[in-house]
Design a binder for this molecule. Structure first.
Ligand SMILES: Cc1ncc(COP(=O)(O)O)c(C=O)c1O
Length: 393
């Protein structure tokens, strides 16, 4: 592209997402829109939408007042629903005044980084990160600091401690983790909070913990979710309804400041300003009205777990190595050949589309989204078996 046409900043940020972009631009990927394609690429819906979801939108789209569709901020009707849920789910009072409504966790991350992080600060997160962490951190002029995970994909606390400096302003923790499916145990989170408290004391200012809990209600095998926000006062809970309802295009989420956070009023004010300046990052009026009904809905997580088990059995029988995700939509599979992108292209040529590890910083693996339909799984399992048996040829 010719220089000077767009901002140099955006040009540079594109580089941090090139793995994903290259994959999406690959000509063989264009087949993913074929109606017969088995699409395991992203956490997108491939089954019918929950009827209660669109019925709620229908019900709440009828205006009850003249200002029904006026500019909306952090509306009390919505923040109270969130606070009521968190109070009950997290076993302690969570005031509605600590909740800010956002267009999903994506906007929650952008708003939090804008509100809390200065140019030159450092932001830590564990590898492999969600696709957009690096660009989001760089977009506020901060420096990303990537930490390797432990061998079992747990948090490596020694690496976190070693990564802290006086410039560290925030750490992003994603549990349940995309793409590893790992849920960090309470004991690990408690030790993490101790490390962060010590780091904050050394630096003379708080290190904020951004708890990316996009998948906190997608849990398998009867697990409970230990939240980092239960262990650390300077934490912000970032949530999206796009996963629990499998409606990622209908943007809705929130930021909830820990009830124990000191200086919460100042942090709230800064987040509020960032919500406005990030281009009105408040959810639409309709989504905020409908939240009263939407909050209690969820996709069938037991069914997702059955799909996980079916995929794992089929893939392992075909000779693949897979992890056992504890939550999220995703299954990590070891690529039978070192070049994961080449292997994924072979699958794609047979109508099965998965995400190569190169696109998300895990070369040698690929990721499967369990949101694919049963029909897609029926089609894909024989293809996985066939392609791996000929992988070396
Ligand atoms: C780990 C993680 N964080 C944040 C998001 C953003 O979610 P949303 O687009 O619903 O805001 C996603 C979506 O894929 C995710 O996987």
């Amino acid at each position: 592209m010719a220089e000077g046409v767009v901002s140099a900043r955006m040009d540079a940020l594109a580089g941090s997402m090139s793995g994903l972009m290259d994959f999406l631009d690959d000509p063989v990927m264009q087949g993913v829109s074929d109606p017969d394609a088995a699409d395991f690429v992203f956490g997108n819906p491939h089954d019918d939408v929950l009827p209660e979801f669109w019925q709620a939108l229908q019900r709440w789209s009828k205006p009850k007042s003249k200002d029904w569709f006026a500019y909306k901020l952090n509306e009390q009707e919505a923040t109270q629903v969130v606070a009521g849920y968190l109070t009950q789910a997290r076993d302690r009072p969570w005031p509605a005044e600590r909740v800010l409504m956002t267009n999903g966790a994506f906007a929650g991350l952008a708003v939090s980084l804008n509100a809390l992080v200065d140019a030159g600060d450092e932001v830590i997160y564990t590898r492999p990160p969600w696709f957009f962490y690096e660009a989001l951190v760089r977009s506020v002029g901060a420096q990303p600091v990537e930490i390797e995970p432990a061998a079992d994909f747990n948090l490596d606390l020694d690496s976190v401690a070693a990564g802290l400096t006086d410039k560290t302003r925030a750490i992003i923790i994603n549990s349940p983790n995309n793409p590893t499916g790992r849920i960090y145990p309470a004991g690990v989170l408690e030790r993490l909070s101790q490390i962060l408290r010590e780091g904050s004391a050394r630096a003379g200012r708080p290190i904020y913990l951004l708890s990316d809990e996009a998948y906190n209600r997608i849990l398998f095998d009867g697990r409970r979710f230990p939240s980092p926000t239960d262990h650390y006062d300077h934490s912000l809970l970032l949530y999206t309804y796009g996963k629990t309802l499998l409606t990622p295009g209908q943007r809705l989420g929130y930021i909830a400041l820990s009830p124990e956070m000191l200086d919460a009023e100042q942090v709230y004010e800064s987040l509020f300003l960032a919500q406005t300046l990030c281009g009105w990052a408040f959810p639409s009026a309709l989504m905020q009205h409908a939240l009263a009904d939407i909050q209690k809905l969820s996709i069938d997580v037991d069914n997702l777990e059955r799909k996980r088990d079916r995929m794992i059995t089929g893939l392992r029988e075909a000779g693949y190595g897979t992890n056992l995700p504890e939550g999220t939509f995703y299954l990590l599979v070891k690529s039978p050949t070192p070049d994961d992108a080449a292997f994924c292209r072979r699958l794609a040529k047979k109508g099965v589309f998965v995400l190569p590890g190169q696109a998300f910083g895990m070369p040698g693996y690929f990721r499967i989204s369990l949101t694919a339909s049963e029909k897609m799984i029926d089609k894909a399992l024989p293809v996985f078996a066939e392609v791996t048996s000929t992988a070396a040829t």
